[in-house]
Design a protein around this ligand. Structure first.
Ligand SMILES: [Zn+2]
Ligand SMILES: [Zn+2]
Length: 139
């Protein structure tokens, strides 16, 4: 998801482009951290101080509805947002709580999706849980 493309798409759909909305798009652009709404709220305030928590949910819902971002429920029960809408699996580390991309397994996941051709598949969500390589080193 790129800020400029996202703005163009939102404009074409008739959404108002406010400084708050731009701030949220900036936080999400190239973001690989899978932030929660709260993380986004805290970071977006760097760009726009007049941002309310309610407006964060409002814009995140719009972005998800328009296919600009995806949301993933981590095993922490928190909704995480991903500006990378490509088909990819996630790894949830039980130690550091990070949600990481498993990009190398992309091919298998798209093959799995293809194997379900009898179904009308909207999305495939795979969340692997365990200990990430960084935390494993510290054990
Ligand atoms: Zn970890
Ligand atoms: Zn991801």
């Amino acid at each position: 998801m790129h800020v400029k493309e996202a703005i163009d798409l939102l404009k074409s759909k008739g959404y108002r482009i406010t400084p708050q909305r731009i701030a949220i798009l900036k936080v999400l652009e190239n973001n690989k951290e899978h932030p929660s709404a709260e993380d986004i709220f805290l970071q977006a305030r760097k760009y726009s101080t007049f941002i309310s928590f309610a407006s964060i949910y409002n814009i995140l819902d719009i972005l998800e509805k328009e296919g600009l971002i995806k949301s993933i429920f981590g095993i922490d029960g928190i909704k995480h947002y991903d500006p990378d809408t490509s088909c990819h699996a996630h790894f949830f580390c039980k130690k550091c709580g990070r949600l990481l991309d498993l990009k190398d397994n992309f091919i298998e996941l798209s093959r799995f999706k293809e194997s379900l051709s009898r179904y009308d598949v909207e999305s495939v969500e795979v969340i692997v849980t365990g200990i990430c390589p960084d935390c494993k080193k510290e054990l």
